[in-house]
Ligand binder design. Sequence first.
Ligand code: ASP
Length: 184
Amino acid sequence: MKKKILMMATGGTIASRPTEHGLAPAVHAEELLEGLTDLRETYQIDTLEVCSIDSTNMTWKHWLKLAECLEHHYQNYDGFVICHGTDTMAYTAAALSYLAQNLGKPVVLTGSQRPFGQQITDAGRNLRDAVCVAADPRCRGVQIVFNGQIIAGTRAKKVKSFSFDAFTSINFPLLGLVQNERVI
Ligand code: ASP
């Protein structure tokens, strides 16, 4: 039986396209998965559009909406991926960690420094890694998966604006690594 993953999209650079006013969220969750067709051979991935915003515009109302979506769909999936802008991803991860405590399943936030459609981008790798963690029965609770690192949702901090290794874990060890789609 394929593991069932729900991928929730919120916008951010990962789902952005260039416009005359700069990058703007425009890509739907299904489009994000188009380049990762092999993932769908291994996992059943459903998608949900929660919002389509730059994460600097995230508010507590969006956090509650995400928590409600998790609660509503919790029994139907093995794990959850939330695609999110990097600027406030750590805050959403912390908020969800406290809104949804003692989870028995993984809730994985990810995003990217460069948009999905660009030639050089970290989007595909981060998305792949996030799905692998979301499908791993050893993983549970809210975490950020970025650049191969698995960081506890209450400990992540964005420390770089351009490099792919944008996040670090503050005063707490990494929960794990993802290498070649293997969770360590
Ligand atoms: N401003 C973007 C956001 O946080 C930055 C990013 O996603 O990397 O939505």
